[in-house]
Design a protein around this ligand. Sequence first.
Ligand SMILES: [Zn+2]
Length: 185
Amino acid sequence: MVQTAVDLANTLRPIKGEDDLESVEQLRDFLDAHPADGPPSSPADQGTGPRHLTRADLAEVRAVRETVRKVLEGANADAAEAAALINDGLRRSRATLVLRHEGDRWWTEVTSDSDRCSAHLAAATLSALASVIAVLGPARLGVCAGPTCRATFVDLSRNGSKQYCTRTCAHRASVAAYRSRRRPR
Ligand SMILES: [Zn+2]
């Protein structure tokens, strides 16, 4: 669930100084919007029942976010450091690979044998980032080149030349470049 990793990192917008993960309610909204991997019919939260979240969960998830963000920001420049962060995070979240099936559909999922929601989130996001690095390379993780953005992204495109988080950011940058070229010197 690599999009969950990117979305988690981007709940923090360092340039604007905005943070969408400051309250337990915001954490609940984030987790509701990012259910666990698997077919839609599978329960989003295996066996933990109705989710009861506390300030402790919030603090732990914020720490996971810091790791995920560091990996997304740094993998391109220092892949070994990103790998160490991922491996350490997976170990601490007690990540386990599980083979699941429903009917004739099979899939693997990295989950955690801990009952902490932060551990499940760490296992899912860090394993997804690990897969991208293993399959496509560490350069596919990045930070938007928009001067006022710094949102993180994962580039799953065919040519792997993504520089901006969104088309909006790319457009804004090309307009700014055009204007600066036209400015009289
Ligand atoms: Zn951007």
